[in-house]
Design a protein around this ligand. Structure first.
Ligand code: GCB
Length: 616
């Protein structure tokens, strides 16, 4: 086990090293930090004038025309063609599309700027600049110097601010954000969701000691037999901590006051592995989402957070949580607040979306199709919702391009780094509906292996497609050999046929593994009532759910372990252009764009209630 942990730590190091970006500081909320959220200024720059000169060469650092430099004229003779001031105001965090009509479909560069003063109490400490997420590419400059760049619209990153660069007053922070889509990025040019651009999540200054615990993990020891441990009511915990720099000596303390536990471990180089008896523990589960305060300390400085302990595994065709079979009553969710047509980012947003899922009687959510903001996984921890978390390896990306694989691995690494301490997360997904081919399977199975190396304690999956042949629906995608559960997106009764096609559909699943329906759904417009055969009516959607559920109950394989239908709420998608029923919305939501529950909501809610009652 210790070797496995150390190899995960080594892999983390090598992946970050390749990108010359500081490793992620996890749990910034549990550390000394100052928020840089609020009103920033912006410049829209569709021609990238602030970045390239008139020969289209990147501007030199001190160039007066570079938008990372402060061009505030000191006297009226000074030439300047850019500047940051009201009314060019923009809120951070937040996508730009929802903030002003001119931004609605904008794809390109926008420069963000704000000033800040050096926080108090930084003597002898280091200050990092942390971004929860920027979609898609960020170039970050402080006082005219570039701190670094980051690609990937849904993962957190941070840069250490060099001491000499940080002034006491009026630090000039500029971020160039570019949300253009590219064939060789992740996601690629083609998705069924809206390309919200901007600094979409929190920005913070994180203040840390020179030597500090950057990342850590604590969980029920995955090698422990959970049934035996439950019987004895004696559990083992294991994990590790990674220090930002190698130390000579040094000790990490792990403390769980509620369990009266305090253990000390010697640091070796820049890491330390733990493994210890913890006695009685209340396990985390949807019925009882118990979280413990855990404190990790190094040299008098500590970081604390709430951690739940549980074990997730598969046994043959079953998913097992804490030694007991569990059926996943899920729903898929996009990170969007439909009533305001914007990206979700706050704790309140997470409570709205996950509150709807609870109302549906869910015990699980699929956070599609990219890592959601940290509030989502933290609120899921506290509400007792199990989570599927995914990277945006979606549809047809460039599987033959080795650089794309590097990008996918980086996003996977960043997703796992931020959230590995969330008990709610039971599944890491490496992608969605990727088309079957040998090159794709090599790419995707490499991601599965990487995910397993980074975190051997969770299940790995990917949403697959049906192979329909000679009247039979086969689930036989070769990627299924590599994943722990076989997950399928199917829309029988929406694309191509009507819901009665479910009645005599034949299914084969080619794997002796848990089988999960990661998507199924049909469109329905709230308030459009008609005969059930009329597409886009609430009645059609309701009928679809009735037929699908009947099919699951009567004819699905014995490995059927749960579902996360598509989708909780209507969401924006530029692909959806039916002029009467869509107008830029995918209306497969069980909840409308105005927050109203459609008829199908109640069908799924009742199905989940029935399952819950059977389990009691
Ligand atoms: C899918 C995709 C999802 C789409 C959905 C649909 O299979 O995974 O992103 O939005 O179908 O509505 O067609």
């Amino acid at each position: 086990m210790k070797n496995l942990l150390l190899s995960a730590i080594a892999l983390l190091g090598s992946l970050f090293g390749a990108n010359a970006q500081d490793a992620l500081i996890v749990n910034t909320q549990g550390r000394q930090h100052v928020s840089l959220n609020g009103t920033w200024h912006y410049i829209i720059d569709p021609y990238d004038t602030g970045f390239y000169d008139y020969r289209f060469k990147e501007r030199p650092e001190k160039d007066a025309g570079a938008y990372w430099n402060n061009s505030e004229p000191k006297d009226p003779t000074q030439w300047t063609e850019h500047g940051y001031k009201a009314p060019y105001n923009i809120q951070v965090p937040g996508d730009w599309n929802s903030q002003d009509k001119q931004f609605l479909y904008y794809e390109g560069s926008v420069w963000y700027q704000r000033n800040f003063d050096k926080p108090a109490a930084t003597a002898g400490k280091d200050v990092y600049l942390y971004f929860g997420a920027v979609n898609y590419e960020a170039h970050v400059y402080l006082n005219g110097k570039k701190l670094g760049t980051h690609k990937g619209g849904f993962t957190a990153f941070n840069f250490k601010i060099p001491k000499e660069l940080l002034k006491d007053k009026d630090n000039f922070l500029v971020v160039r954000v570019d949300n253009r889509r590219h064939a060789d990025e992740i996601p690629t040019v083609n998705t069924d969701w809206f390309n919200y651009g901007g600094i979409t999540r929190d920005v913070e200054l994180v203040i840390v000691p020179q030597n500090f615990i950057q990342q850590y993990n604590l969980q029920l020891d995955p090698s422990q037999d959970i049934v035996a441990a439950k019987k004895k009511n004696k559990y083992k915990l294991s994990g590790w901590a990674k220090i930002n720099t190698p130390l000579k000596g040094g000790k990490v303390t792990v403390e769980i006051p509620e369990l009266k536990l305090k253990k000390e471990f010697a640091v070796q180089g820049d890491s330390v592995a733990f493994n210890f008896e913890a006695g009685k523990i209340g396990l985390w589960s949807p019925e009882s989402p118990k979280l413990y305060n855990v404190k990790f300390a190094l040299g008098g400085e500590s970081v604390s957070e709430k951690v739940g302990f549980r074990k997730i595994e598969v046994s043959g065709k079953k998913i097992i949580l804490n030694g007991k079979q569990v059926f996943l009553r899920g729903i898929s969710i996009h990170e969007e607040i439909p009533q305001q047509i914007r990206r979700a980012h706050s704790n309140k947003d997470a409570s709205q979306l996950l509150g709807w899922a609870k109302d549906l009687n869910c015990n699980m959510v699929r956070l599609a199709h990219y890592p959601h903001n940290e509030n989502m996984t933290r609120v899921a921890d506290s509400l007792g919702l199990m989570v599927w978390s995914e990277i945006p390896v979606y549809w047809t990306i460039e599987f033959g391009n080795p650089e794309v694989l590097v990008k996918a691995k980086k996003q996977l690494t960043e997703m796992i780094a931020r959230d590995r301490n969330r008990a709610s997360i039971i599944i890491w997904s490496v992608g969605n509906e990727t088309p079957v081919s040998p090159i794709r399977t090599t790419f995707m199975s490499t991601l599965v292996k990487t995910a397993k190396k980074l975190d051997g304690s969770r299940l790995i999956s990917a949403a697959l497609e049906v192979n329909y042949q000679n009247g039979v629906h086969h689930v036989d995608d070769p990627l299924g050999q590599y994943t722990d559960i076989v997950s399928l997106n199917e829309y029988l009764g929406w694309y191509g046929s009507t819901p009665d096609a479910c009645r005599d559909a034949k299914w084969t699943v080619g794997y002796d593994k848990p089988f999960f329906v990661s998507e199924t759904g049909a469109e329905g417009n709230f308030g459009f009532h008609a005969d059930k055969t009329a597409r886009f009516s609430e009645e059609y959607q309701e009928w679809y759910y009735q037929e699908q559920i009947k099919m699951f109950e009567e004819r699905f394989p014995d490995s059927y372990s749960g579902l996360s239908p598509w989708i909780l709420a209507d969401f924006r998608s530029p692909r959806r252009n039916n002029p009467t029923y869509q107008e830029g919305w995918n209306t497969k939501g069980l909840i409308s764009k105005n927050g109203e529950k459609k008829k199908a909501f109640y069908v799924l809610q009742a199905y989940y209630k029935k399952i819950m009652e059977k389990e009691l």
